[in-house]
Design a protein around this ligand. Sequence first.
Ligand code: HSE
Length: 293
Amino acid sequence: KAVRVAVPASTANLGPGFDTLGMALGLYSWIEMKEAEQTRIILLGDQLYGIPTDKTNLIYKMAQAVFRKANVSMPELEITMYSDIPLTRGLGSSASALIGALAAANALTGHALPDEELLNMATSFEKHPDNVGASLYGGIVVATWDGQQANCLRITPPTELQALVIIPDFQLSTTKAREVLPAQLSMADAIYNISRSSLLVAALFSGKLHLIREAMQDRLHQPYRATLVPGMEQILEQATDHGALGIALSGAGPTMIAFVDRHSAQKDQLEGYLIDTMKAQGITASTLWLEPV
Ligand code: HSE
């Protein structure tokens, strides 16, 4: 038996929805799993260089957890992985790999576990459900996590919505980007975010794209993370003057994601603005147009 899964990248938070909102993006990692005489892990491409290829490999361990939970004895596995998702840039590469491992192993068990269980397993590992929820269900997701149980609802992205990401050529670990966050927040900032996050969900659900600009404002994490990404503060402030409907740090960064109306005449202008602004900070960055999937 052999299975192959393609799992999308994701952007988390969408500005105000810290650890809650996510969206799947049309950039993928692939995992193939098949029963074999002996366990073997094959990582294709330069990107995955240095990741363990023995039984300490995370993909392998996740597969093991699925077989255990499903009460099916674990066969020896040949696992092959390839990813187009840049690592440690805020595009959910680890969440995609986790979901790929869980989904492929679950398929080998004959789909013994429901998706909800896979989501709980992935979230227990990641500690926040936004990226894994988007990679598992696709679309836009609204997700909660109480430490045991995730709840996740999928919204179909508005058809006019397209994303432009700007990916700086340096890595930023989620751990580091969480360490700069304060432990306490004011009631005013909490209200500020809950209102924007709620408005954003309603705007995306109803296709009211003109509300996105205000709805993507955030006071919970981006102001603190701005110190980690040169140029970010300026870009978050100005990108909507250059054709973005709204813009946010993608997950824990350093990538930023702009939402754009696909029929906009300002697409080239926005792309140029983002590249030039990063260049002025001495940072090389590449842009990529991505589809919500
Ligand atoms: N919600 C998480 C964060 C996403 O912003 O830290 C990290 O990928």
